[in-house]
Write a protein that binds this ligand. Structure first.
Ligand SMILES: Nc1nc2c(ncn2[C@@H]2O[C@H](COP(=O)(O)OP(=O)(O)O)[C@@H](O)[C@H]2O)c(=O)[nH]1
Ligand SMILES: [Mg+2]
Length: 136
């Protein structure tokens, strides 16, 4: 299995609820490496660009308003099969369907406010890392 880099982000609900360290610990304790880390706030236009693949979906406006509502912590996570492993640690998009013990199963209470983001493919990982860390 190849060493991969993926992008993950603690969303504003995760920051607000004091779960930054919890998310980092879960990645690190699974043997993944955090190789970049940055807290920032995304203005709505930047959030729309980040979630561009979801434009036009019924939840898009709510998602953009939520992710723009406060600081986020973006990170690059590295390791073998990192893209899939980060998503396994996060749990399913709908927290009600997430496997017990995953971040979303334990902490999410609504579909939109589900604590973390993780890239879903090598292409989105590359795009999202550049979006968040390009030029820094
Ligand atoms: N309210 C609502 N929010 C959704 C729904 N699907 C996705 N979202 C939100 O939009 C984000 C991006 O969706 P998606 O890429 O499909 O899920 P992810 O890759 O697991 O984060 C999710 O993490 C949720 O915050 C939905 O059906 N309803
Ligand atoms: Mg996604």
């Amino acid at each position: 299995m190849a060493i991969e880099r993926t992008f993950s982000m603690v969303k504003p609900d995760g920051v607000d609820r004091g779960l930054i360290g919890e998310v980092l610990r879960r990645y690190e304790s699974n043997g993944l490496k955090i190789s970049a880390l940055r807290m920032t706030r995304l203005v709505p236009g930047r959030t729309q660009e980040f979630y561009g693949m979801h434009r036009g979906k019924p939840f898009f406006d709510e998602l953009v308003a939520f992710v723009s509502s406060g600081p986020v912590v973006g990170m690059v996570v590295e390791g073998e099969d990192a893209i899939r492993r980060v998503r396994d640690i996060m749990g399913a998009t709908n927290y009600k369907q997430a496997i017990p013990g995953t971040i979303r199963a334990e902490f999410a209470r609504e579909i939109t406010r589900n604590i973390v983001h993780g890239s879903d493919s090598p292409e989105s990982a590359a795009r999202e890392i550049e979006f968040f860390f390009g030029g820094t």
